[in-house]
Design a protein around this ligand. Structure first.
Ligand SMILES: Cc1cc2nc3c(=O)[nH]c(=O)nc-3n(C[C@H](O)[C@H](O)[C@H](O)COP(=O)(O)OP(=O)(O)OC[C@H]3O[C@@H](n4cnc5c(N)ncnc54)[C@H](O)[C@@H]3O)c2cc1C
Length: 286
């Protein structure tokens, strides 16, 4: 069994990190947050104008929500696994993997731990007198209720991978403080999708030669749906990869330099799966 001790690694409390990021963004005076607002549908507003379709000040989208309709010039899909069946997104190969983490009460034997230990799962130092252990993985599940057997799985995994440590900590189910079950949004290659929403029909029309020769060199710009972007599919690593993804999306939206090279941009671009399907002739290409 391999156990990793990464001395230069960091760990963060996700809730605290998100609160800090939002409060920092609020100081710009340019952030407006609508809480408890569930978007149920996104509809394109057809413009009766001769302006270019990516004119960003236009109201291009209507968002139907439980609090009425909102209009937006640009929409970024970033709802994680909850929205993979939305129109537009349901054309892309997202899937959901449920996971449960367990918060364990600290005790004098584990309290001094000052770094995260990664084995087949992980164990964090204590925060608010609790250590986080996890996590379970259940493919294609959308269950967000916790199960006692998944807590047991997390405790047993620690015992299997780090028997000496587990023995000295001596946790049992009575030491469980709380547990949480949530969904990870996955992609087939385990990399996120970041960038403009591809226009799938136009991709098929633009790159037909790829179905005959996957090395065909093409110069055409990838056809996209104007003013519609994706930042999803962070799987089990969102806290590490989302900041870079946000920088890429900022470059997309503001026309600033990209923080990664072209190969990486393609590796993260949502249209990589459309191109792959054309090459594999999965799009009714003859
Ligand atoms: C058990 C478990 C353990 C994990 N452990 C780690 C870890 O150790 N390290 C790590 O880096 N990552 C970890 N992850 C992954 C990490 O949590 C995700 O990668 C990250 O949360 C993805 O961020 P996101 O913003 O894309 O999606 P989410 O965090 O799912 O956020 C989506 C947001 O969109 C909102 N939303 C959804 N639908 C709608 C709608 N229709 N209308 C309005 N709002 C909507 C949701 O309320 C939510 O606030 C773990 C995940 C799980 C489930």
């Amino acid at each position: 069994m391999v156990v990793y001790l990464c001395l230069k690694s960091v760990w963060i409390s996700p809730q605290d990190a998100v609160k800090q990021i939002i409060s920092a963004a609020k100081t710009t005076g340019r952030l407006r947050i609508e809480h408890n607002t569930l978007v149920t549908k996104i509809t394109k507003i057809e413009q009766n104008t001769t302006l270019p379709s990516n004119h960003s000040h236009l109201k291009n989208w209507q968002l139907s929500t439980n609090k009425g309709d909102f209009e937006a010039s640009v929409v970024i899909f970033c709802g994680g696994a909850d929205i993979i069946n939305f129109d537009w997104l349901n054309q892309l190969p997202f899937s959901s993997v449920q996971g449960q983490v367990t918060s364990m009460k600290t005790n004098e034997n584990i309290q001094p731990l000052s770094t995260v230990i990664c084995h087949k799962g992980y164990l964090t130092p204590h925060h608010n007198n609790m250590h986080c252990i996890g996590a379970t993985f259940n493919k294609d599940s959308t269950r967000i209720t916790t199960l006692p057997e998944e807590d047991e799985f997390n405790i047993n995994m620690l015992s299997t991978c780090m028997p000496e440590l587990a023995n000295s900590v001596n946790w049992s189910k009575q030491d469980i403080a709380s547990s949480k079950s949530r969904l990870r949004c996955m992609t087939p290659d385990h990399l996120p999708m970041v960038g403009p929403m591809p226009d799938i029909k136009k991709h098929i029309d633009t790159y037909p030669h790829l179905a005959k020769d996957k090395n065909w060199k093409y110069n055409q710009v990838a056809p996209v749906v104007d003013n519609l972007y994706i930042m999803m599919g962070f799987g089990a690593r969102g806290l590490c990869s989302a900041p870079l993804a946000a920088d890429i999306l900022t470059a997309n939206l503001c026309g600033t330099p990209y923080p990664v090279d072209n190969d990486m941009l393609f590796n993260l671009s949502p249209n990589r799966f459309i191109i792959r399907d054309i090459i594999r002739r999965k799009n009714n290409i003859s």
